[in-house]
Design a binder for this molecule. Structure first.
Ligand code: ACO
Length: 274
């Protein structure tokens, strides 16, 4: 569906020196996520994913917020007024771009410059690494307006925090700063705001020196093996490594060429000539 009233500027991206700087860009609304913003994020991720002029994606927020979570008006109230179908569509768009980000082709870093609430934990978790400003403020504020932390937020804190910290965080809705977020392992580390971009650029440059096929295989492996038994993980990792090793395998291309261009065999009736 096309949404002609959508404003494309609610999310922006700048590619510079091998890094894609993707921004939540609704600073006046503290970068809360409207359906328009979610749609735009999905479009940008699709547009740039396989470009070869960048190797790391950084997700940042313009202004004083990283993201104040879901847009309580446009994402919740206005959508709910249109019925369950509209609610489900809005969920697909938001969950959709977070999922795209979790399995993105390039490694990703959340640069948490300010407010990070509720639904913001979805993209936060989706980023492979997260560096916060000491001044950033995090909360699962859902409890403060009467809902449970949905949209994956509960799963995020249970995956990343201890059970006690996750429970405390979700039941109280209290704010924590960047330092506490790092202590709780919600983010990798926290630095003063005026050093945040320098630190993130430094980290991105470390990743830019690595083999990109290995980076993608590694980030996926870290997420996949979490839910596996040791034996399943061992097997998965052997196969993932072998798949990465044969990344430049041209056999399939040859098979397609012999069928489509040379018409020398039919895959339905037999194998191509190696
Ligand atoms: N949904 C809708 N509008 C929002 C949201 C939001 N999540 N967050 C901020 N805004 C809007 C405000 O309504 C205001 O709009 P207006 O200028 O048209 O009046 C504008 O953004 C600026 O917000 P202020 O509250 O004036 O900014 P301030 O810097 O004083 O406070 C803060 C920032 C603390 C982030 C505050 O805006 C806030 O509490 N936002 C809601 C945070 C939240 O609980 N999000 C929901 C989490 S639950 C979930 O995502 C499922």
């Amino acid at each position: 569906t096309k949404f002609p009233d959508d404003d494309p500027s609610v999310a922006t991206c700048k590619i510079e020196n091998g890094i894609a700087w993707l921004s939540f860009n609704r600073p006046d609304k503290r970068n809360c996520m409207s359906p328009n913003l979610n749609r735009r994020m999905g479009e940008i991720l699709d547009e740039i994913e396989f470009r070869d002029d960048f190797g790391v994606l950084v997700l940042k927020g313009e202004g004083t917020a990283w993201s104040a979570g879901m847009d309580l008006k446009e994402y919740f109230r206005d959508t709910e007024a249109k019925g369950l179908g509209a609610t489900r569509a809005a969920q697909r768009e938001s969950y959709g771009w977070w999922r795209r980000l979790r399995w993105y082709q390039k490694p990703t870093i959340a640069m948490v410059n300010g407010w990070c609430f509720g639904g913001g934990y979805g993209p936060l978790y989706a980023c492979d690494l997260a560096i916060a400003a000491d001044e950033a403020q995090f909360a699962l504020s859902e409890i403060n307006w009467g809902i449970l932390p949905g949209g994956g937020a509960t799963k995020v804190v249970v995956d990343l925090l201890s059970m006690r910290d996750a429970m405390y965080h979700a039941l109280t809705g209290e704010l924590i700063g960047g330092k506490k977020a790092a202590e709780w392992r919600l983010v990798n580390e926290s630095v003063p705001l005026d050093q945040l971009e320098t630190r993130v650029t430094e980290l991105a440059n470390v990743l830019l020196k690595k083999n990109p096929v290995a980076l993608k295989a590694t980030k996926d492996a870290i997420r996949r093996v979490r839910d596996m038994t040791y034996d399943n993980a061992e097997d998965y990792l052997v196969r993932a490594q072998e798949a990465a090793n044969s990344y430049d395998n041209h056999g399939r291309k040859e098979g397609i060429k012999q069928f489509i261009d040379e018409k020398s065999y039919k895959p339905g009736l037999g194998a191509y000539d190696k």
